[in-house]
Ligand binder design. Structure first.
Ligand code: 13P
Length: 341
């Protein structure tokens, strides 16, 4: 393992004013997104859509540090025959790959899930590295509800995250370690704060036990937010203050960067929260976005599967990327959104 190289990749992934595009929706998830805009989820449509994003010059060269791909996409070619991964490299962004194989029910723990995909992972990582991937992602899912999460679910998911991270580093690939505490429930922000702290502490304990080099990884956490069904929504300032406090307590400064998931927040909320956190700096690690929905909802709607809408889709993507790029430096203001609209 070459830790200097892993560290410089991780540092580039969270470079000031840049963040990660999570375009790694599984076939099931991208179908849901396409259903919402009335587009059939065929291989060609998925290719055309992602090609539109990766050819968005402004977004890709100025605000996007890396792109997380799904297995299908990393092997796909653009319409003109150019591999999609080459489009990403040529824009100056780093290609990455989702390597977990989704979740399964966790035995003896009703309602809880464990992320799978460790079998043969070493061999798969080797092929992805040869294809050009320099970082990977594995998402663990923790739900908050009555009596959950159990310590069992937290432990097995943390163990798998650390197993994955160690295998990545041995393959010279930077692991994005993503323990996502869902915001689906009716819990308040303080419950999210407590559960996320427990999850992060267990995750870092496992990372240490399994000898993962913290300097060669990126953490992808949720923010401390109230559940979507909670009657008590937290303000932007409260989310920022509690999230920064939570991360400072749990994430060693040796970790080069933290890149948030958006998790179902609205586009503008996800941007405002990140921006407000930077106002509380200086922070001990790079802090940026690794958004899926909060970067793609607008371009998906603008595109709606029509070739004549590609330019509009690219404008919508570049706008969100620029807003989040500014937020990643604490330089965003809601008036910038209105100006564009
Ligand atoms: P969202 O930003 O839509 O939550 O997706 C990010 C991601 O990669 C989840 O694994």
């Amino acid at each position: 393992m070459n830790l200097t190289e892993l560290n410089s990749t991780a540092t580039a992934m969270v470079a000031p004013g840049k963040g990660i595009l999570a375009a790694d929706e599984s076939s099931g998830t991208i179908k849901k997104r396409f259903d919402a805009i009335g587009v059939e989820s065929t291989e060609a449509n998925r290719r055309d859509y992602r090609e539109m994003l990766f050819r968005s010059k402004e977004a890709m060269s100025q605000y996007i540090s890396g792109v997380i791909l799904y297995d299908e996409t990393i092997w796909q070619d653009a319409k003109d025959g150019m591999p999609l991964i080459k489009l990403i490299e040529e824009s100056g962004a780093i290609p990455g790959i989702k390597v977990d194989e989704g979740t399964q029910a966790l035995p003896m723990c009703p309602g809880e899930l464990v992320t799978v995909g460790l079998d043969k992972l070493a061999e798969r990582l080797k092929k992805y590295y040869e294809r050009g991937a320099r970082f990977a992602k594995w998402r663990a899912v923790i739900d908050i509800g009555s009596g959950i999460p159990s310590i069992t679910a937290i432990s097995v998911n943390a163990h798998a995250l650390a197993r994955y991270a160690a295998l990545c580093q041995a393959a010279q690939i930077v692991p994005i370690v993503e323990p996502e505490v869902l915001m689906d429930g009716g819990h308040d922000i303080d419950r999210c704060f407590d559960v996320t702290q427990r999850v992060l502490n267990k995750t870092f304990q496992e990372l240490r036990v399994q000898r993962v080099a913290l300097e060669g990884m990126v953490l992808k956490p949720n923010m401390a937010v109230a559940g979507k069904k909670s009657p008590k929504k937290a303000s932007v300032e409260e989310v920022a203050e509690k999230t920064v406090r939570m991360l400072k307590a749990c994430v060693p400064a040796a970790v080069p960067g933290i890149a948030f998931l958006s998790g179902g927040q609205s586009d503008e909320e996800a941007t405002a929260h990140l921006n407000a956190m930077h106002k509380l700096g200086p922070l001990p690690w790079g802090l940026t976005f690794s958004y899926g929905r909060a970067l793609q909802a607008a371009p998906q709607k603008a595109w709606s599967g029509k070739a004549e809408n590609v330019a509009a889709g690219q404008r919508a993507f570049s706008h969100r990327a620029r807003m989040n790029g500014l937020a990643a430096k604490g330089e965003w203001a809601s008036s910038l959104e209105k100006k564009a609209a």
